[in-house]
Design a protein around this ligand. Structure first.
Ligand code: NAP
Length: 289
């Protein structure tokens, strides 16, 4: 039987609706409006689209948004000065620097300059460390979206064999770390695969839940999964024929119990969780539980 679709487009709508109500309550009870600053350096077309979507979602939810577009010629020192200003700006609770940055700017220096309390991407080492300790303030948006997809679709992770393909700092490592925590929506046995893995299919075939963030179409084919697997396809690959994920969707959906489509799977969840983190940041900075 073909797989059930795990529709991030629908689940993210629910999350945004919940957040909209929370934002309205924060305004009513505490006169608090969460604020997000997004910084875009340069003219990367995909980045412009992403920043535009974030700005639009802020508006929908009643979150204050400040979009800062800087020319490609911006120096690292200028960007660091801007971040320092935003770190001290009380109406801004979250700061997001759209990646990738132009090559002459050191990404690490920039991400480390963001006040960890305003680091709504969850990339600052303080927040990475807290996540690893199981005491996160901010969970990075894409892995958080993946975990919410699993929880809200009723996928039981407790004791499950989870295989993650990809070990990036923004997807693979954090989602693996989150799912191995002794917590609700986690407590799985986690294997992480990468290009150094000798026999990828050996691992993927064992998976009850397979999370693929490799950035390459058809990294996972039907022969590489077992019947009844739950597949989360994080990949976004732009082909001439349109957007595809990392999984051979048409073939794998015939064996899987449930699968995320691309587009409409993980993507919309990432923005919803960015909004969630912005609301959390505003509450934390205002001492609201
Ligand atoms: P990345 O930094 O390029 O990392 C890719 C990882 O996959 C690496 O660890 C790499 O291994 C591993 N890998 C690549 N090919 C492999 C193969 N054939 N077998 C085993 N491992 C393989 O990518 P990323 O930033 O994590 O993103 C992954 C994908 O997710 C991309 O398509 C990206 O566009 C997408 N993405 C989507 C969202 C969203 O919101 N939907 C958010 C973030 C990323 P090595 O470490 O050995 O090189």
């Amino acid at each position: 039987m073909p797989a059930t679709l795990i529709k991030g487009s629908e689940i993210s709508k629910q999350i945004k609706e919940e957040l909209k109500q929370e934002v309205s309550l924060l305004k009513e009870k505490y006169n608090l409006v969460p604020g997000l600053a997004t910084i875009l350096v340069g003219e990367d077309e995909a980045s412009k689209v992403y920043v535009g979507q974030k700005e639009k979602t802020c508006k929908e939810l009643g979150i204050y948004s400040e979009r800062i577009n800087l020319p490609n010629s911006t120096t690292e020192a200028e960007l660091l000065l801007l971040i320092e200003r935003l770190n001290n700006e009380s109406k801004i609770h979250g700061i997001l620097v759209q990646l990738p940055l132009p090559k002459h700017i050191n990404e690490t220096n920039v991400l480390y300059a963001i006040d960890p309390k305003k680091d709504v991407d969850g990339f600052h080492p303080v927040n990475v460390g807290k996540l690893m300790l199981g005491e996160p303030d901010f969970i990075p948006c894409t892995p958080h979206g993946i975990q919410e997809l699993l929880i809200r679709s009723g996928v039981d992770t407790n004791g499950a064999e989870v295989v993650v393909v990809g070990r990036s700092n923004i997807v693979g490592k954090p989602i693996a770390n989150m799912l191995l925590q002794k917590k609700k929506g986690a407590n799985a046995t986690v294997t992480i695969c990468h290009t150094g893995t000798k026999d990828l299919a050996f691992h993927t075939k064992r998976a009850d839940i397979l999370i693929v963030a490799a950035g390459r179409p058809k990294t996972i084919t039907a022969e590489m999964v077992k019947e009844g697997v739950v597949v989360i396809d994080v990949g976004v690959n732009r082909l001439e024929t349109g957007l595809v994920g990392d999984v051979d969707f048409e073939a794998v959906k015939e064996k899987a119990k449930a699968i995320t489509p691309v587009p409409g799977g993980v993507g919309p969840m990432t923005i919803a969780m960015l909004m969630y983190n912005t609301v959390q940041a505003a509450k934390m900075q205002s001492g609201i539980k």
